[in-house]
Write a protein that binds this ligand. Structure first.
Ligand code: ADP
Length: 424
């Protein structure tokens, strides 16, 4: 197997978003959790997205992990690697976008790298190198108050120049509008001037495909899911990848089905209420979870009684008032972590009880579950709801299994049943 595209994502949810996007564009895609072991056996795929948690760690560590991921991808044939960043360019003057880009560029031997977080369809546009979030420049968007990386400058050339050793230039919209050859000519001109990174404008989605086609001339690009879309379309249009349809080749999976909900979002609360009409639901006592009252054992005992008869749902979710009261008693982080770890322990017990189809509601909750279960990678399958695909485990020591992992607000009113219906 030879990969057509390798991706290194600087956080897990960004990685899932990208993997889902590539799949929707027809690339068979695996998302790995961290840099995989050499022994990981991949199915026949076009793209691999390596998920790192490198956005806010020390720059030298982010560089080391990204280089390791890059080496792994290139060893499997990836001639182009996308370094996937947030579409709001989340970073600080210390990095990590610049330092990682510099290191990967040196490794790839590229003279110049295309950089753009643009994804017009989701409100991220770049004009004259300035990033807009919806109708406002980045530095006037809510990102100006981000707790980890407040963005006070919308000019990406300046932002990147502060982080990178490369000279940074611009491919402006007028050039992009003229098409691929004009972009190539501009890149050659910038490279002659000693520019190592070129921010490229994009305000309409069709431009992404042109940008993607040009980016594929090189070994490395830096961008968000919009760049992923461009690269995927470029690969399909050029015939380098034959677009696949997802879900047609899914072998069935035996074993009971279970759902876990740790999200307290309005959408998830509604979905739990809807699920009560069709499956047994156990509501955990959050106070007992946090104070160590044996809730995981109680939940697993309950689940074992019901699992043979059909799907079950175990939820920690409560109303905003109850969440605030619990947080006031125990602290927000302590309460959240204790509940996440209990959900992770419950997932482990469910797997021990034979569960091989698992639906999880809640971003942090999903992360805790996946980490605890030690699943190395997922093949991205059909989409249950916008942004929520069926994930088939790859290389897991427990064998074949499927998961659905959703952020709190995602999914329709009957999400749990929608997910179960699409699972093989
Ligand atoms: P979302 O995707 O909706 O943000 P997450 O799983 O990311 O969901 O976050 C929900 C957080 O709330 C987790 O840290 C979870 O442990 C915590 N949590 C779950 N149930 C409760 C509860 N009853 N009271 C307080 N916190 C809770």
């Amino acid at each position: 197997m030879k990969l057509a595209l390798g991706c290194i994502a600087d956080d897990y949810t960004g990685a899932s978003d990208l993997a889902n996007m590539l799949t929707r564009c027809g690339l068979r895609t695996v998302q790995t959790i961290g840099v995989p072991a050499d022994a990981l056996k991949l199915p026949d795929v076009d793209a691999v997205v390596v998920s790192l948690k490198s956005r806010s760690i020390e720059a030298s560590k982010a560089v080391a992990r990204s280089r390791e991921a890059d080496k792994w991808l290139r060893a499997r044939g990836a001639s182009h690697v996308l370094f996937k960043i947030c579409s709001t360019f989340d970073s600080t003057d210390a990095g990590n976008i610049g330092p990682v880009m510099d290191a990967l560029r040196a490794d790839s031997g590229d003279g110049i790298v295309l950089v753009t977080p643009a994804f017009p369809g989701t409100g991220r546009t770049v004009y004259q190198g300035n990033l807009f979030v919806g109708s406002v420049p980045l530095n006037e968007s809510p990102l100006k108050d981000h707790p980890l990386n407040p963005m006070h400058d919308s000019n990406l050339m300046r932002v990147l120049a502060r982080q990178s050793k490369a000279n940074v230039g611009l491919v402006d919209l007028a050039t992009v509008a003229k098409g691929a050859d004009a972009i190539r000519a501009r890149l050659a001109e910038l490279a002659r001037q000693g520019i190592g990174a070129a921010v490229i404008d994009s305000v309409f989605d069709p431009e992404l495909e042109t940008i993607g086609r040009v980016a594929l001339d090189q070994g490395l690009s830096v961008g968000a899911s919009g760049m992923g879309l461009g690269l995927a379309r470029g690969l399909v249009a050029s015939g380098r990848v034959k677009a696949a349809s997802t879900g047609s080749d899914q072998a069935t999976i035996d074993g009971p089905v279970a759902c876990l909900a740790g999200s307290c979002s309005q959408a998830t609360l509604g979905q739990i209420a809807q699920a009560e009409k069709s499956m047994p639901v156990l509501h955990l006592d959050a106070e007992k979870v946090v104070s160590g009252g044996g809730e995981a054992e109680r939940a697993l005992g309950w689940a074992r009684e019901h699992l043979a008869k059909g799907p079950v749902l175990i939820a920690s979710s409560s109303t905003p008032e109850q969440v605030s009261a619990l947080q006031a008693r125990h602290g927000r982080d302590a309460a959240g972590r204790a509940i996440e770890q209990t959900m992770a322990a419950i997932s482990e017990g469910l797997v021990a009880a034979g569960v091989r189809r698992l639906v999880v509601a809640g971003g942090e909750t999903s992360g805790a579950v996946v980490d605890r279960l030690g699943i190395p990678a997922f093949l991205v399958g059909p989409e249950i709801a916008a942004g929520v695909p069926v994930l088939r485990c790859v290389g897991w020591d427990k064998g074949d299994a499927v998961l659905a992992l959703k952020s709190g607000n995602f999914g329709g009113p009957d999400f749990f049943n929608d997910a179960i219906r699409l699972m093989p």
